[in-house]
Design a protein around this ligand. Structure first.
Ligand SMILES: O=C(O)C(=O)Cc1ccccc1
Length: 292
């Protein structure tokens, strides 16, 4: 089994892969679409990508690429606590208050905006494809007075030095990572804490119909199907056209869920179930566990 992840080495995604797929071959890809394309091409069995952060919200490229470009299945979810640190090349450790640029994934920069605004005010915040891409760049450019926002794994991996610990603005900073595969079969893990079952539904509404969203929600509500997330994203077909991603938080029930799907379709909605899967949570930043 080969598992792809948003690289380079030592991203938060890589940490999630090491915990969930310990002992399996893992391959870094430069971008989230690259990870998904690699699954579709059969280069890897599955890919792990970030979907949603507790502070910053959804990773839109993951949702959009999944819905518009590469229709894979969600076969598992791993929630991971996120701790962000400010790190520099060791030769710049005493000079970190003067850094001119701070490099990281846009979500990581946003998670730390209060610290960055207060302590390195004026530094340019430079978006990278991942936190560890920022860490790698900082390690390779010791002559530049720059810093990365990244995890401890990247600090060790790229030989950086932490100059400020835990700089994320809010505690309880978790990210949900999803495992994507070509097939629908859900994955399970014997050792990582299990938090329950979920399904993710992609729903389009009938054109310009008053009350359509209300009717969609009521198809779930009268069946007492508990929703844990609802998100709208542009269809990319014109202003005002959206699709909805809805997470239903309970074990798949063939009668209830099929009933809900058929009711929605009868209303004129498009319904695609993107995945039915088990959810897990890591309790330490980079939990290591025995293999699946
Ligand atoms: O960039 C990373 O390390 C990732 O894995 C994506 C990400 C970015 C910010 C918070 C959580 C995950």
């Amino acid at each position: 089994m080969k598992v792809g992840y948003l690289g380079p080495e030592a991203t938060f995604t890589h940490g999630a892969v090491q915990a969930f797929f310990s002992g399996k071959e893992s391959i870094p890809y430069a971008t989230i679409p690259d990870c998904m394309d690699a699954v579709a091409k059969g280069e890897i069995t599955c890919a792990v990508v970030p979907l949603e952060n507790a502070i910053e919200g959804s990773v839109n490229i993951t949702i959009d690429y999944l819905v518009h470009e590469q229709p894979l299945h969600i076969v598992g979810e791993i929630a991971v606590p996120i701790k962000q640190h400010l790190a520099v090349h060791p030769i710049n450790a005493d000079n970190w208050r003067n850094v001119e640029r701070v490099l990281s994934h846009p979500h990581a920069l946003a998670q730390c905006h209060k610290f960055l605004h207060t302590y390195v005010h004026g530094a340019v915040l430079e978006q990278m494809t991942s936190t560890s891409a920022g860490a790698k760049y900082v390690a390779e450019h010791e002559g530049e007075c720059i810093a990365a926002v990244c995890n401890e794994f990247a600090v060790e991996h790229y030989g950086l030095q932490i100059v400020a610990h835990d700089i994320h603005t809010y505690k309880g900073n978790y990210t949900r990572f999803i495992i994507l595969a070509k097939g629908e079969e859900a994955l399970s893990h014997a050792f990582i804490p299990y938090t329950g079952e979920k399904s993710t539904w992609m729903i389009t509404l009938p054109f310009n119909q008053a009350g359509a969203l209300h009717q969609v929600l009521s198809a779930f509500s009268w069946r007492k199907l508990n929703l844990s997330k609802i998100e709208s994203r542009p269809m990319k077909t014109g202003l005002g056209n959206y699709f909805f991603l809805i997470d239903v938080e309970q074990t798949w029930d063939e009668v209830l869920m099929r009933g809900a799907k058929e009711e929605l379709e009868a209303l004129g909605c498009g319904v695609t179930i993107i995945g039915r899967y088990s959810c897990y949570v890591l309790h330490t930043e980079m939990e290591n566990s025995p293999s699946m």
